[in-house]
Design a protein around this ligand. Sequence first.
Ligand code: APR
Length: 251
Amino acid sequence: MLQELETNTELKNALLNSSNVVILTGAGISAESGVPTFRDKEGLWKKYRPEELANADAFMQNPQLVWEWYQWRRRLIHDVKPNPGHYALAEMEKLYPNFTLVTQNVDGLHREAGSSNVVELHGNIRRNKCFDCGKFVEVPDLDLQETPKCESCGGLIRPDVVWFGEMLPADAINLAFNVSRACDLFISVGTSALVHPAASLPVMAMQGGAYVLEVNPNATAITPSVDHTFYAPSGEILPDIVKFVKENRNQ
Ligand code: APR
């Protein structure tokens, strides 16, 4: 069991006595499922520059390259499964009266692990839509290399993910802002906390007086300001935290 969970009274109190909990996850929580992160040494952005791929201009200039890159990412995550970190958060949801899981990830693994109250800030790579009319389109063939066209308007089909420079889904980000401002426990898991507006959520939580906990093997942009950081992989530490809360809550 983690030493800090026994000795750090502030941390213990936050985990055992909070009612409004917000979790923010990033690519790191899916790393133990075999999904590459963006900025780690083997991350996606080491091979490509975001400007070349994850934005609308790149797609308009070279739809084929961008489409094939997403097909490659979809094939990559097609067989991956949630890991103990995802399952622990699905368990954790049941332990608090108000619990919101806000994710930057587009892999759909939180829902697959059983989390129900999931806010997908950056969309979902498994969904596709028309670039022009926005109609959702089913594209089951992961090996389709040709960028498909919309049957309704002839526009190009793109993944339903938020690209750099695009607005996040308004309902998702407004909900994330509201719950982060009002929560009493905020846990940032597996994110470098570099990309806004998601990166402003832990700051909003701090300003709202929440206890802010971080789970990440490495220090991040928010490490100096959070209340406590567990320097560990989320797949290892989250199950321990859930076990501790289950065994000690309402004592
Ligand atoms: N457990 C927890 N954290 C981990 C693990 C792990 N097993 N492995 C790596 N990490 C951490 C890394 O230390 C890093 O801080 O996960 C973080 C991943 O950071 P990024 O690759 O920057 O991913 P993320 O923070 O999700 O990026 C945010 O940027 O490119 C955009 O839209 C994309 O949603 C993404 C956003």
